[in-house]
Design a protein around this ligand. Structure first.
Ligand SMILES: *Cc1c(COP(=O)(O)O)cnc(C)c1O
Length: 365
């Protein structure tokens, strides 16, 4: 099989050194391994700018969705009601989970290319007094739009609501000051901006909130409270943990620090994203999201013409070393290019050259 780089928002391209951490089989119950778990938990709090006396980190086996579902199961009690804000598939996935679990919820949805309006959310919160929780996505990976979490976090503080943020695709790539914003639960996963491999999610939780969640979860494996109580003692996971993934993630955290932290990584992603959008616009490939709402994580591009065949385009680019991502919009034809991962300006230059070859070569007309 030919090797390629992933321009997809997780799994993503990781460094050789991160992959090399997985060449050793570690023991889940061993003290050295538990130390790695505790190091990861502490370092994630540092990235979140959250003090350990107010916040804690819980690692949870599975992909990112398992982390979101664990929070919904555990944080929302029988008497509670959650306002779920959506403008894309990942927000809608939270709604699907709420339905499955049987949570009392209401939704506020806006078009995929627009962001939620805080005056409308204020209106909902002042009208519906039953709402206790607000859940939303930070960067909607469906489109690449970035939602205004500062405004909504502020409303949650003002109205005293528990704020659940799916920051899956943004945490580590965009600075999020969790304590300052008063976020109660932030969810992300190993294979996004920290640049690890897939296998677990993590939740940064306010201790005051998580400590009241005992007995809420109807799922045993996804009981965030129980996972926290066990892990907090000495770094032991309940049930088998993804040992190789955890070791790789620890290395990825070291490499994030080596790069200069979130600010430097954010700059690299942003520069790559600007370069990509500028070059593709020059080829007649326009982005779906307006510049001011565009995140540096992933960009949705519209097909240049009706005849454009994504699978032919995808194969052409893949054969030359890069994997792109199909679009997820129902009303317009689109494809996506992710910027996160071990990707540099020279990679963007090369992929733009390949795309230009395809487009100007009249390959689709
Ligand atoms: C990646 C992602 C998820 C989780 O997806 P999994 O496939 O379960 O890892 C959830 N929300 C957002 C915004 C994401 O980008």
């Amino acid at each position: 099989m030919e090797n390629y780089k992933l321009l997809t928002p997780g799994p993503l391209t990781t460094t050789k050194t991160v992959k090399e951490e997985m060449l050793f089989d570690r023991c889940t119950w061993d003290d050295e391994y538990k130390v790695i778990t505790q190091k990861i938990r502490a370092e994630l709090l540092e990235i979140a700018v959250a003090s350990p006396n107010l916040y804690t980190t819980v690692l949870m086996q599975g992909s990112g969705s398992f982390g979101v579902e664990a929070v919904l199961h555990s944080a929302i009690g029988k008497e509670d009601k959650c306002l779920i804000i959506t403008n894309g598939n990942y927000g809608e996935r939270i709604v699907t989970m709420a339905k499955c679990i049987g949570i009392n919820y209401t939704t506020y949805s806006v078009e995929y290319d627009t962001v939620p309006k805080s005056y409308e959310i204020r209106e909902i919160l002042s009208r519906d007094k039953d709402i206790t929780h607000v859940a939303m996505v930070h960067v909607e990976t469906t489109t690449g739009i970035i939602n205004p979490i500062d405004d909504i976090a502020k409303l949650c503080r003002e109205y005293d609501k528990t704020f659940i943020l799916d920051a899956m695709s943004s945490f580590g790539g965009i600075q999020i000051n969790v304590e300052e914003l008063g976020i109660d639960y932030l969810i992300s996963s190993a294979n996004k901006c920290i640049q690890g491999v897939p296998g677990f999610s993590f939740i940064i939780a306010k201790i005051e909130k998580i400590s009241k969640c005992k007995g809420n979860s109807k799922s045993l494996s996804l009981d965030l409270y129980d996972q926290w109580i066990n892990m907090d003692k000495d770094g032991k996971w309940r049930y088998t943990s993804p040992t190789h993934v955890v070791a790789a993630f620890s290395k990825a955290l070291d490499e994030l620090r080596g790069e200069g932290g979130v600010a430097s990584r954010n700059k690299r992603y942003k520069d790559n994203n600007n370069l990509l959008r500028r070059k593709l616009a020059a080829m007649g490939l326009n982005s779906y999201i307006n510049e001011e709402l565009q995140s540096p994580i992933i960009t949705t591009f519209l097909f240049p013409s009706e005849n454009f065949n994504f699978s032919s385009f995808y194969n052409y680019v893949k054969e030359r070393g890069f994997v792109l991502y199909p679009g997820k919009l129902t009303r317009v034809d689109s494809f996506r290019i992710g910027n996160i991962g071990e990707i540099y300006e020279e990679d963007i230059e090369i992929v733009c050259h390949i795309i230009d070859e395809y487009i100007s070569g009249g390959k689709y007309e």
